[in-house]
Design a protein around this ligand. Sequence first.
Ligand code: UGA
Length: 450
Amino acid sequence: MAVIADRCPGIQVTVVDLNAERIAAWNDTDLGRLPVYEPGLDQVVGRARGRNLHFSTEVDAAIAKADMVFLSVNTPTKTRGVGAGQASDLRWIEASARQVAAASQGHTIVVEKSTLPVRTAEAVKSILSAAQGNAGGSKSFSVLSNPEFLAEGSAIGDLEDPDRVLIGGEDPEAIEALAGVYGHWVPTERILRTNLWSSELSKLTANAFLAQRISSINAIASLCEATGADVREVARAIGSDSRIGAKFLQAGPGFGGSCFQKDILNLVYLCRHYGLEEAAVYWEQVVSLNTWQQQRIARLVVNSLFGTVTGKRLAVLGFAFKADTNDTREAPAIRICRDLIEEGAQLAIVDPKVEPSQIATDLGMEALDPNGRVGLGGDGGWSAVATPEEAARGADAVLILTEWEAYRHLDWQAIAAVMRQPAWLFDARAVADAEAARAAGLNVWRVGEG
Ligand code: UGA
């Protein structure tokens, strides 16, 4: 919405939320304190806020004035009831549709921006058409699907120069109205129009294909480690085939983020719902392989450290699910750290953007005193530290779990000097200077390197 406001000064954009604290944070005069860390977002908000970008808790008033309403609420995986663990929880979408139905005036174009299961538009439409019927002609609606393809960390660039914008719908006038908004900065040929169901399904499919590439390369990484091949050489060799392409072939600790796993499980649920068991099992494997990759990394750390990490200090560099974000949802670091804590390790965790309170929530336990030692009899635990060097002090191993730029330029002589020997570097992102680490006397494991 900030980018739309920035690119379309003639359009008034109001972002509304029931959460007053969050709206206040979006209105904070200190742009460094916006609730989401995303490179470049502060500048975009700084340019548009107060001009044609507004953040407000007055939800009904904003709906009443709007020609177009974007439903951008979250749709997490259901945790209970039918479809628990796989289907999307649509309660917020339904509540929003009902609120739009009640508060709107005149003709309103309702745009599904959240990632939704196929045929959700049907439910949204029927809620809206009930309201239309009761309003005696004073209100009407068109429903569009306009899924978002931005990735975190590169969101502003992805929005300003998208590969494509997808608009699904049945009402040609509504489709052209939304295409007109994007038309302010997106070339016409990149604005694709489809029917509602194709648009909803394309979003799930795009994420499923991307995640599948990661599980595929991680499966090959494990084989590389076993055979002496190098997954980066393999990735380069296959990525040069223009049919395969070079992107998204980076082996690592598995995919995280709020979308890939959720969207695939949703796809699996839909396949099962329509009786397509083989298709469901096929996509389910992408998630199973991802979980296995994370467990495998935790296990190989333990095995390399003489089969036990109880009472040992391990430095964990990076907790976010990828670089350039403070988002930790489904971060591979969560499962890997939990497994190591379960084995009795004492983790010293550092991340340039993730708050210690978030790490505590994700790991389900409070931090220990950073200077305390657990000892051989103690349970595992974790503490937050400020720098990689501090994390490494007294540690038997350094684990790199997020590919922050700074981790490419670490001073391995200095780090090795404060570690307990024999010491290890486990580089699950293959970003560190492995030669320098080896030269400093460390044992080095890199993902996908045999
Ligand atoms: C992903 C998609 O890339 C976006 O197109 C989509 O809009 C978004 O989900 C969404 O549905 O909202 P995002 O989760 O922000 O975006 O981040 P990605 O860059 O796709 O990375 C996802 C995970 O895969 C990260 O943990 C990343 O480290 C990992 N990854 C990515 C790899 O392990 N290897 C790669 O080669 C690429």
